[in-house]
Write a protein that binds this ligand. Structure first.
Ligand SMILES: Nc1nc2c(ncn2[C@@H]2O[C@H](COP(=O)(O)OP(=O)(O)O)[C@@H](O)[C@H]2O)c(=O)[nH]1
Ligand SMILES: [Mg+2]
Length: 431
C-alpha cells in the first residue's frame, strides 16, 4: 500500500481530488482540517488515502497501467509506507458516505450547490441532528481503521473483521488470549450479533464483554448443609500460592465469612519450612493441624478431623521430580475414604502455554475447580480466560495479593472480564 495526501479548501474537494487521482478503490485513511479559515485564507482540509499496489515490478507492469496513478500535481505528498495486504479493508463506501455527508453539511462547497439552493439556516434541525450522528459513526469507523492500519499491521490474517471489531481484537490480543480462541469467538460474534448493535465500537465492546463473561464457568461458594463436610485439596506448581490461598480460605471458613469447624492437613512435607509456614497460620487461627507422610497417615488424619465441617489439604508443589510427586498425590486421593474436591491453583502471571501445560500435567487428578492467584501481578488476563475457555473447568476463587486473610475473593466472571478489559483495580480491596 502507498499513502497519498490531498489537500483542498473543503473535505469534499479533497476527496474528489483523491478519487480522481487514485480511482474508486482508494481507501480513505484520515480526513482532517489542517488550517482554519482566516480573513485572508480559505480553510485547508487534508485527506489521506491508501492505494493498493498491484505492483510486482516487471512482470505485472501492464496491469499497473490500467490503474489511474496519482500525478505529481494531484498529490501533495506521497508517503512511501508499505502495508500488509491482509489488513486491507475496503472503506470506499464509508468514504463515499462521508463525502456525501460533508457535501450536505457544506452545500456551498459541494458540486451539488447549483441544484441545492438551501443554505445552512434552512437545514431542518432534525436532519442536522441525524447528519451529526452519522458523521460521529463514520468518524468512529475511521478512528478504528486508523488503529488497525497503523498499530496492528499483522493481525487477523485469515479472518475478515469489520472495523468496529478492531479495538476489541486488539484488547483481546494484548491481554494474552489465545489467537485461536479470539478467532473462534469473533467469528461467533460476527455470525450472531444483531446488525444494529454493530453501530459503533462501544456497543461492540459491551456485547463482547457480555459474551466473554458467559463463557466463564464459575463455581459459586455455597453454604455447607448441616451434617455434611467438605474436604478440599489444593494442588498446583511450586510457588503459585497454594499454602497462602489455603490459609486465606481457612480464615474465611473458620472466622470471617462462616463459623465452620476447620481442620488443616499438609502433605507438603518435602520442603523445609513448608510445614512450618502452614503450622504457624493454623496456630494463629487456633485450628487443628495434621502433617502426614504416607497414605495410612492420611486416612488417620482425615479420621481425626472427621468432626470438622471443612478440611483443607495442602500439597507439595511439583518441580523437578514431577511425576513421582504427582503419583504420590494421586495415591493419597485414592486411599482417602471420603470424596475430595481437587482444586488446581495457578498463577495469573503465567503465560497461557505454561498454564495449559500445568493443567495437562495435573488433569489426571480429576480437577474440580481452578483457583487463580496473583491477580495483582499481571496486566493481561486473556491467558486466564483462555485456560478456562479451553478446559471448561469452573473457577472458584481469585487471590488478589499476598495479604492473609484479606486478599481473596469468590471467583466472578464479571470481575475477570473487567480485569481483562480495564486491568486489575489495584486500589480496590478484595472482598
Ligand atoms: N502478589 C501476590 N503474591 C502471592 C499471591 N498468592 C501468593 N503469593 C506469594 O507467592 C509466594 C508463594 O506462595 P506459597 O503460598 O508459598 O506458594 P506454594 O508454593 O504454591 O504453596 C509467597 O511469597 C506468597 O506471598 C497473590 O495473589 N499475589
Ligand atoms: Mg506451599
Amino acid at each position: 500500500m502507498k499513502l497519498y495526501t490531498f489537500t483542498a479548501p473543503t473535505p469534499a474537494e479533497a476527496l474528489k481530488k483523491a478519487q480522481k487521482a487514485c480511482g474508486e478503490e482508494a481507501l480513505v485513511v484520515s480526513t482532517k482540517q489542517i488550517r482554519k479559515k482566516t480573513l485572508t485564507q480559505d480553510p485547508l482540509y487534508e485527506v489521506v488515502v491508501a492505494v493498493k499496489e498491484h505492483a510486482a515490478p516487471a512482470a505485472s507492469a501492464p496491469a499497473q497501467t490500467q490503474r489511474a496513478q496519482p500525478s505529481k500535481s494531484d498529490t501533495d505528498r506521497a508517503k512511501p509506507v508499505d502495508f500488509d495486504e491482509e489488513i486491507l479493508l475496503n472503506i470506499s463506501k464509508t468514504a463515499e458516505e462521508l463525502s456525501r455527508l460533508q457535501s450536505d453539511l457544506n452545500p456551498q462547497n459541494s458540486a451539488a450547490t447549483s441544484e441545492n439552493t438551501k443554505t445552512h439556516d434552512e437545514i431542518d434541525p432534525e436532519d442536522f441532528k441525524l447528519l451529526k450522528r452519522d458523521i460521529a459513526t463514520l468518524t468512529d469507523k475511521i478512528r478504528l481503521l486508523q488503529t488497525m492500519l497503523w498499530e496492528e499491521k499483522k493481525w487477523a490474517k485469515d479472518i475478515d473483521i469489520p472495523p468496529e471489531f478492531a479495538e476489541i481484537y486488539k484488547i483481546a490480543k494484548e491481554s494474552g488470549m489465545d489467537e485461536a480462541h479470539i478467532k473462534a469467538i469473533l467469528e461467533e460474534t460476527l455470525n450472531h450479533m444483531p446488525i444494529h448493535m454493530r453501530e459503533n465500537s462501544l456497543t461492540v465492546k459491551r456485547y463482547f464483554q457480555v459474551l466473554l463473561k458467559k463463557l466463564i464457568p464459575v463455581r459459586i461458594e455455597k453454604e455447607i448443609p448441616k451434617g455434611e463436610r467438605r474436604v478440599m485439596m489444593l494442588v498446583g506448581p511450586t510457588g503459585v500460592g497454594k499454602t497462602t490461598t489455603l490459609a486465606k480460605l481457612a480464615a474465611r471458613y473458620a472466622l470471617l465469612k462462616y463459623r465452620y469447624k476447620v481442620g488443616i492437613i499438609t502433605l507438603d512435607t518435602y520442603r523445609i519450612g513448608a510445614v512450618e509456614q502452614l503450622f504457624q497460620y493454623a496456630q494463629m487461627m487456633k485450628l487443628p493441624f495434621e502433617d502426614v507422610i504416607d497414605t495410612e497417615d492420611f486416612r488417620k488424619a482425615l479420621e481425626n478431623l472427621s468432626y470438622c465441617d471443612v478440611v483443607l489439604i495442602d500439597t507439595v508443589g511439583s518441580s523437578q521430580h514431577d511425576q513421582e510427586k504427582l503419583k504420590k498425590i494421586a495415591a493419597f486421593l485414592q486411599h482417602a475414604h471420603v470424596p475430595i474436591d481437587v482444586n488446581l491453583v495457578l498463577s495469573a502471571s503465567a503465560k497461557y502455554q505454561d498454564l495449559k501445560e500445568a493443567y495437562e500435567k495435573f488433569s489426571f487428578l480429576n480437577i474440580d475447580t481452578l483457583m487463580i492467584t496473583k491477580f495483582d501481578e499481571t496486566s493481561g488476563f486473556g491467558n486466564i480466560f483462555s485456560l478456562i475457555y479451553e478446559t471448561r473447568k469452573p473457577v472458584s476463587y481469585f487471590s488478589t495479593g499476598q495479604e492473609v486473610p484479606d486478599d481473596i475473593r469468590e471467583a466472578d466472571a464479571g470481575f475477570l472480564i473487567e480485569c481483562l478489559f480495564e486491568g486489575f483495580p489495584h486500589k480496590v480491596n478484595a472482598s
